[in-house]
Ligand binder design. Structure first.
Ligand code: 5AD
Length: 340
C-alpha cells in the first residue's frame, strides 16, 4: 500500500493491478495522498464554474438518466438563446470566470445557434465550457472557432459490453471519436465515469482511470450512480460514495495537475460530500446558475441538490465554506495550462 502510494506520488503512473489494490483499500491514506498532490500541483484555489442547464430535451437512451428520451413524465424545457446569454451575463457579473453550457442532446441548438450563443458569451471575458454531447467534428470545430474553450463528455464506462447494455442504439466508438476530436481541436477536454452501475466491476473502474490517463484528460468528473424512479434502473442499488471518492483520488494521483470537480452527485449521496471531495483531490466547484424553476426539471438523478447560485451573495457564502477547510476562491479562469 505504502509502496504503491509513494510510486504514484513520485511517478504518477500505476499498473492496473496497483489501481485495483487502491480501490479495494479503506481509502484513508489514498485520500490523504491525493490531497497532498492536489495541494502541490494546483494549490489551494478552488475554481468556480457557473453551470447553465439550458435544455432538458434529449435524444439519448442512457438507461440511468432521468431526462432520457423515453421518460415521458419529465416536463421538458428549452431556454432561448437570449435567456442563456442573459444568465451567463449575470453569472459573469457575480464573479464567475467560467460559464458551463450543459444540456441534453437537443437538435434545436444547431451549429449556428450554438456559435452565436458562444460568441455573445465570450464578450463577458469568461471561459466557455460546453457539455452538449456527441456532435460532428465540423460542429466541434465551429464551436471552437466561435470561442469555446473546454468540453465535457463523460465516457460513462469504458467497459464496452456494459456501455452497450446501458445505452441502447448508441455507439461507444462514436463517443471515443468525439473525445479524440475534441482533444485534437485543442479543447481542454473533460471526461469521467459513473461509479456503481449495475454489473460494473472494480477491474472496469481501474480501466476507466487508465483511460483518463491515456487520453491525458484535462478534467475528470466522477460521481456515484443514483437510481432514478422513472428509468429502467429504478430498482438498482446506488453507487458507493467511498468508491467514487477513491476513483477520484486515484485520478488525482495519476493526473496531478488537472481540474477535478467535487460533483453534485457526491453531495446528494453523502452530506458534505462535496467538501469531503475537495479534501480528497478535487479543486473545482460547479454551482447552478439556471434558477430553481429550471433546476428542478433537470433531474438526471433524484434529489440533485446543486448549489443555487442564481441568488445574490452566493459567492461570499461559498467563500466562507471554503475558508473553513483552508481553501479560497480562484480569481483566474482556471485553465489546466495557466493561460488565465
Ligand atoms: N446518477 C448519477 N449520475 C448520472 N448522470 C446521468 N444520470 C445519472 C444518474 N442516474 C451523469 C452522467 C452524465 C452527467 C451529466 O450526469 O454521467 O454524463
Amino acid at each position: 500500500m505504502e509502496y504503491i502510494l509513494n510510486k504514484a506520488i513520485e511517478t504518477h503512473n500505476l499498473t492496473k493491478e496497483e489501481i485495483i489494490i487502491l480501490l479495494n483499500s479503506d481509502g484513508q491514506s489514498l485520500f490523504a495522498a491525493a490531497d497532498k498532490v492536489r495541494q502541490k500541483y494546483v494549490g489551494n484555489a478552488v475554481h468556480l464554474r457557473g453551470l447553465i442547464e439550458f435544455t432538458n430535451i434529449c435524444r439519448c437512451t442512457c438507461k440511468y438518466c432521468g431526462i432520457r428520451v423515453e421518460n415521458k413524465e419529465v416536463s421538458r424545457y428549452r431556454m432561448s438563446p437570449e435567456e442563456i446569454i442573459s444568465l451567463a451575463k449575470k453569472g459573469s457579473k457575480s464573479g464567475f470566470r467560467t460559464i458551463v453550457l450543459q444540456g441534453g442532446e437537443d437538435a434545436f441548438y444547431t451549429k449556428d445557434i450554438m456559435c452565436n450563443i458562444i460568441k455573445e458569451i465570450k464578450k463577458f471575458d469568461v471561459a466557455v465550457t460546453l457539455s452538449i454531447g456527441e456532435r460532428s467534428f465540423e460542429d466541434y470545430k465551429a464551436f471552437k472557432d466561435a470561442g469555446a474553450d473546454r468540453y465535457l463528455l463523460r465516457i460513462e464506462t469504458t467497459d464496452r459490453s456494459l456501455y452497450k447494455n446501458l445505452h441502447p442504439n448508441m455507439d461507444f466508438d462514436n463517443r471515443l471519436r468525439c473525445l479524440y476530436d475534441l482533444k485534437r481541436l485543442g479543447y481542454e477536454t473533460g471526461t469521467g465515469c459513473l461509479i456503481g452501475l449495475p454489473a460494473q466491476t472494480i477491474e472496469s473502474l481501474a480501466d476507466d482511470i487508465l483511460f483518463f490517463k491515456s487520453l491525458d484528460s484535462d478534467m475528470v468528473g466522477v460521481g456515484p450512480f443514483l437510481p432514478h424512479s422513472q428509468t429502467p434502473l429504478k430498482d438498482c442499488q446506488s453507487g458507493s460514495f467511498d468508491l467514487a471518492l477513491k476513483v477520484m483520488a486515484i485520478t488525482r494521483l495519476l493526473l496531478p495537475d488537472i481540474n477535478i470537480p467535487a460533483t453534485t452527485a457526491m453531495e446528494t449521496i453523502s452530506p458534505n460530500g462535496r467538501l469531503i471531495a475537495l479534501k480528497s483531490g478535487a479543486n473545482v466547484f460547479m454551482p447552478n446558475l439556471s434558477g430553481e424553476e429550471y433546476a428542478s426539471k433537470y433531474e438526471i438523478y433524484p434529489e440533485k441538490s446543486g448549489i443555487n447560485a442564481s441568488k445574490s451573495g452566493i459567492i461570499s457564502e461559498i467563500e466562507e465554506k471554503l475558508h473553513c477547510i483552508g481553501r479560497e476562491i480562484s480569481s483566474n479562469k482556471g485553465f489546466r495550462n495557466l493561460k488565465n
